[in-house]
Design a binder for this molecule. Structure first.
Ligand code: ZN
Length: 95
């Protein structure tokens, strides 16, 4: 499954609920899921961490659906096998 297909699946499953919740509510959910991922990363439960990663990408896809952004297109257009900043692969940006 590609990112685009995952996003379309999320649209099929949740667009009615995502539309009702709206942009702000869905963004707030994404932020909360990122925070839960942060908490999971502090622990040692790899399965719980995996579930939080799943929630983050799911809510990111929902948010993208609301604003009409194709995540796969956005990601591939920006990250074309090189770092978008230094244009090298691997990245050679200085910290
Ligand atoms: Zn770079």
């Amino acid at each position: 499954m590609h990112i685009h297909e995952f996003q379309e699946m999320m649209r099929y499953l949740y667009i009615h609920r995502d539309s009702d919740r709206g942009l702000k509510g869905t963004y707030d959910w994404l932020v909360e899921e990122v925070e839960e991922l942060g908490e999971a990363l502090k622990g040692e439960d790899n399965e719980a961490t995996q579930r939080e990663f799943a929630d983050v990408i799911a809510w990111l896809a929902s948010l993208a659906n609301i604003v009409g952004i194709d995540l796969e297109k956005a990601a591939i257009e920006k990250y074309r096998n090189v770092c978008p900043k230094c244009e090298k692969a691997p990245c050679q940006c200085e910290f």
